[in-house]
Design a protein around this ligand. Sequence first.
Ligand code: ATP
Length: 220
Amino acid sequence: MAYRAGSTLLSTAIGILGGTFDPVHNGHLRLAIEVREALNLAEIRLVPAHLPNLRGAPRASAAQRLALLEVACTEPGLVVDDRELRRTGVSYSVDTLCDIRTELGATPLCFILGQDAFNNLPRWHRWRELLTFAHLVVATRPGYAAPDDPELAALVARTAVTEVATVLNRAAGHLFFQTIPRLPISATDLRRRVAQGRSIAHLTPPAVVEYIASHHLYHN
Ligand code: ATP
């Protein structure tokens, strides 16, 4: 299915980008924009985790990380989805995708991951079920190689496709690798820069820079 927005024919497919977003930065935003354009997706939902699995608690509160995302997502087609913040406990992507799948019916759903996150997939809760709810779209990221985990390599061999049309013709079940321009930006680096009193201008949108400064976030 497709619909027209301006002069562009868009699919109805939805992209999901989960993360801690502590804080959101241009690496996240470019990732969302590049994947949306490459796959012609109707929208990308950025989904902040309440309590991320496999890492420490975020530095900023859930409300602050949500506010940062809301001021950052000014680009058409990027929307913030706060469903994980409304759940208690650890945020598991498999629960989120199951929830969204129930809402969307047979609409194609693309769960977007950086290559680093993808290579770590076998450590995720019920990771084998992710592809029953969505496609996985893996964006290359600086410094990360192809997976060496045998089960992950087998998943690539079994489900990876190279045609966008194949992804958009099914609701879920494929892996798709998308090369995106490399932006060596991380939230860890932004937090470190703020703690050192250094500038984070041009690494994240001006509204995020302002929010961090006015709320005194990430100072040690
Ligand atoms: P931290 O430095 O705190 O670990 P992060 O910058 O990696 O954070 P996350 O919120 O953990 O950000 O990442 C959410 C998603 O965005 C992950 O799939 C991650 O791979 C991807 N991502 C983060 N930064 C980039 C970047 N610069 N380019 C492409 N993808 C990115």
